[in-house]
Design a protein around this ligand. Structure first.
Ligand code: FHN
Length: 404
């Protein structure tokens, strides 16, 4: 891991925000494409998009209070509407009903809450027919989109102060499958040095073909067996799609905390999405879900932030609960008191010096007998915030114990 990347793993948790004209229609961010809405009709939405309750300071405060350390907001999604000022198009929130640079207000709010600033920027742009015809059938039209992408990327990298993450989005696309290297299409070799010069220390994701500082598994938490220190950030919705839909509902509390635990066990970041309505209001069930996460992290955050994969990737399972590791500690995420009150784990070779329930500070008894570690002395019931976390202090960084 390079020095400039370290804050990212330490941060561990970010807020993703999908917000734009599509929020008005309430059927997700791809609705322009899926309904083939004519440009003239879709452009009318820009004269409706005037978010009276847009309060990015409140969003940033919510993110911080929920335990998030950075934010990534859509500056322009595939539909081409810019939430920022651009001299290359009038299809922006500055030159239409809102008459506001929504990105400028967002970056200021992030910094005001001490959060790192991430900008999502779609490489593809449905304002350009060349996108739909593709680079072979319409090289000039496709190139017009690429030039627009380049011009606007430089605006974002120049006009909004220090940017900590640029989150490109143009991965596997149905319209130009077969192009195995988006970097060739999106001028990665030309643009990456410019981006890194304009924004020293910026983190770049892999979806434009530039050299990525982190990988972006989407809507899943993979068990990766690569053994190196590649950074991963799992991006996930809180339920349903990315863009606002009144029909989307937040997943269960258990699922939300389960995602934190899976990311911790694998040493991944979690980028959790909210989908504000067209007026700038984050749906109540998403706010509630963030409150559940806030309360769990308030007592168990030590076991989530900046965990490392000190054991093989698939090693996180134990009969007592999922395991994460960090330095000379291992953390067990315990959903129920072990059968007969005796927890047994066998996947670490270390001496265990102590076992403590994080939320209450209660000490459990722990002893090693040969290859196995026994944990006893459990309370009558586990504390309120579930799963409970037991911290095992080890004699050194966790070492895997294999059968062979
Ligand atoms: O097409 C987009 C999608 O709308 C959404 O923005 C996600 C978020 O990671 N990225 C693309 C699909 O992979």
């Amino acid at each position: 891991m390079k020095d400039y990347q370290k804050w990212f793993r330490e941060a561990s948790f970010g807020m993703f925000i999908h917000w734009g004209l599509y929020s008005i229609l309430g059927e997700g961010e791809w609705i322009r494409y899926h309904k083939e809405i004519p440009a003239e009709e879709y452009h009318k939405l820009a004269w409706e998009f005037n978010p009276q309750h847009y309060d990015p300071k409140a969003w940033a405060r919510l993110a911080r209070e929920s335990g998030m350390k950075y934010m990534v907001m859509t500056t322009k999604h595939h539909d081409g509407f810019c939430l920022f000022d651009s001299k290359y198009t009038d299809f922006t929130s500055v030159k239409t009903a809102a008459h506001r640079d929504l990105v400028a207000e967002y970056v200021e709010a992030c910094r005001g809450e001490g959060l790192k600033v991430g900008l999502y920027f779609s490489c593809k742009d449905w304002e350009f027919p060349g996108y739909f015809r593709g680079p072979e059938a319409d090289p000039e039209g496709f190139d017009a989109m690429i030039q627009h992408y380049k011009n606007q990327l430089l605006e974002l990298m120049t006009n909004y102060g220090k940017i900590d993450i640029i989150w490109f989005d143009c991965d596997d696309d149905p319209n130009f499958r077969g192009y195995d290297d988006p970097g060739k299409l999106f001028l990665a070799d030309e643009l990456e040095p410019i981006v890194r010069k304009l924004q020293p220390g910026i983190l770049i994701n892999p979806r434009s073909g530039m050299h990525a500082d982190f990988q972006t598994p989407e809507q899943n938490i993979p068990t990766v067996r690569n053994g190196d220190d590649t950074l991963y950030e799992c991006c996930m919705t809180m339920g349903g799609g990315w863009g606002y839909s009144p029909d989307s509902h937040c997943v269960s509390d258990g699922e939300l905390i389960g995602r934190l635990i899976s990311c911790a066990a694998n040493g991944y970041n979690l980028l959790l999405n909210v989908s504000p309505d067209p007026d700038g209001v984050i749906p109540a069930d998403q706010v509630r879900g963030l409150g559940v996460i806030r309360d769990w992290l308030a007592v168990n955050g030590e076991a989530f932030y900046n965990t490392q994969r000190l054991l093989p990737a698939w090693w996180e399972f134990t009969p007592v609960g999922t395991m994460a590791t960090k330095g000379d500690c291992a953390y067990l995420f315990v959903r129920q008191i072990p059968k007969d009150g005796v927890g047994i784990i066998r996947n670490i070779a270390n001496q265990v010096l102590s076992a403590t329930i994080l939320e209450t500070g209660e000490e459990l008894q722990v002893r090693r007998e040969g290859r196995r570690i026994f944990i006893t002395g459990w309370p009558e019931q586990l504390p309120a915030q579930r799963p409970a976390v037991v911290r095992l202090r080890l004699d050194s960084p966790a070492r895997a114990q294999f059968y062979y």
